[in-house]
Design a protein around this ligand. Structure first.
Ligand SMILES: [Fe+2]
Ligand SMILES: [Fe+2]
Length: 319
C-alpha cells in the first residue's frame, strides 16, 4: 500500500486475499479511466472473500482502496489469518513474504511505540513464531523477505530487517533447535527496544552527536534489558544486551571480548551493522551492499568474528 488519496489507502488484490474468509472492511474503487475521482463503494464489510476477489478480478483496470480509519481492522484481520496463509500451499512464497513482511512491520511499529503493552509483546511473539515457521518451512522464503527490506530507516523496519538477516545467517551456519532459533529471532526483533527510552531528538539528530548524547544512545542495550528482563527467554535477552559488543573488547555496555560474546550476539552484531549501513539514516545515505561489506571488512577490523562475517558475505551472495 503506497499511494494515498484523500483519507483512502491503496490496497492490492493479494493484500485483500490475505485477510481471511470475509471482508473485514469496506472496499472502494476508482476506475483507471477516472483517475482523480473519489473512490466509490465497491464491496461491503462482511462480504464473502471469494466473491470479493472474483469481483476484483473482473475489474482489471481499476485501483482499490480502504479508508484510512479502517487500517487497524485491516491489519488485525491480516494478522489473524497469517498463520493459515503461511500453511496454504496454493499461496506463492512471494505473496506469503509480502504479507508476513507487512504484518511484521505493523506489529513492530506498535511494540516500539509501546513496549510495555502485554498485547503488543504477545503479538511480537506470534509474528516471530510465524517468521520461523516460514523461513524453516519454505524454499526461497529468506530471499523473498530480504527483497522486501526497506531502505528507509525506522527503528521498527530496522528490527524486522535484522531479524531476517540474523535468522538467515543463523540457519546457514548453525543447526539450532527450533526453540533456540525462535528465542534468537525474538532477540533480534526486539534488540533495539531500549531506544524507546532515548529521546527522539537524540535518536534522529541529523548532525554529529556530542559525547554526552552518544553516552545516552549507548544506554539502550541496558534499557532494553531492563524493560524485558522478566518477559523474554535468556537467548533473546542476551541479544538485546550484547548486540553492540565487539570481538576486540571495544564494544558496549560490558566491553566483552571474543571469549565472552555468545554466537547469538555475534550474528546479531553483523546483521545489525550491515542493515544500518545499507539503510538511509538521518546522518548518512544508504550504501550499496558491496560498499557496506567492504567497509565492514576494512574499517571495522576486530569488531566481528571473521568466520561468521565471511559466512554472512556468502549468505548474501547466494540469497
Ligand atoms: Fe542497537
Ligand atoms: Fe540496531
Amino acid at each position: 500500500m503506497a499511494a494515498e488519496l484523500k483519507g483512502f489507502v491503496l490496497i492490492n488484490r493479494d493484500e485483500v486475499a490475505a485477510c481471511g474468509r470475509q471482508l473485514g472492511f469496506d472496499l472502494y474503487t476508482v476506475s483507471l479511466d477516472d483517475v482523480g475521482a473519489d473512490p466509490h463503494p465497491f464491496c461491503r464489510k462482511g462480504q464473502a472473500m471469494d466473491s470479493v476477489l472474483a469481483a476484483m478480478d473482473e475489474r482489471l483496470l481499476a485501483k482499490f482502496y480502504i479508508r484510512r480509519q479502517a487500517l487497524q481492522s485491516y491489519y488485525a484481520d491480516m494478522e489473524a489469518s497469517l498463520s493459515g496463509l503461511l500453511e496454504d500451499p496454493q499461496v506463492s512464497v512471494g505473496q506469503k513474504s509480502q504479507v508476513l513482511h507487512r504484518c511484521a512491520n505493523n506489529v513492530l511499529k506498535d511494540v516500539y511505540d509501546d513496549p510495555r503493552s502485554g498485547e503488543n509483546l504477545a503479538r511480537t511473539k506470534d509474528i516471530t513464531e510465524n517468521i520461523i515457521k516460514f523461513t524453516m518451512g519454505s524454499e526461497g522464503s529468506v530471499p523473498g523477505l530480504l527483497r522486501l527490506s526497506s531502505h528507509d530507516y525506522y527503528t521498527f523496519t530496522h528490527c524486522v530487517n535484522v531479524s531476517v538477516f540474523g535468522v538467515g545467517l543463523m540457519e546457514r551456519i548453525d543447526s539450532l533447535s527450533r526453540d533456540d532459533l525462535y528465542d534468537f529471532a525474538l532477540g533480534c526483533i526486539l534488540h533495539d527496544v531500549g531506544k524507546t527510552e532515548v529521546a527522539d531528538a537524540i535518536l534522529n539528530k541529523p548532525g554529529r552527536l556530542t559525547d554526552e548524547e552518544f553516552e545516552v544512545i549507548k544506554s539502550h542495550p541496558m534499557e532494553g534489558y531492563a524493560l524485558m528482563e522478566d518477559k523474554l527467554p535468556p537467548i533473546a535477552l542476551d541479544v538485546i544486551l550484547h548486540h553492540h559488543e565487539k570481538f576486540d573488547g571495544s564494544g558496549y555496555p560490558h566491553g566483552l571480548d571474543e571469549k565472552n560474546i555468545s554466537d547469538y550476539s555475534r550474528v546479531a552484531a553483523i546483521a545489525d551493522v550491515y542493515d544500518a549501513l545499507t539503510t538511509n539514516r538521518p546522518y548518512a545515505d544508504a550504501r550499496d551492499p558491496f560498499k557496506a561489506l567492504t567497509l565492514m571488512k576494512q574499517k571495522m577490523v576486530g569488531h566481528f568474528e571473521q568466520q561468521k562475517f565471511m559466512s554472512f558475505v556468502e549468505f548474501l551472495s547466494t540469497s
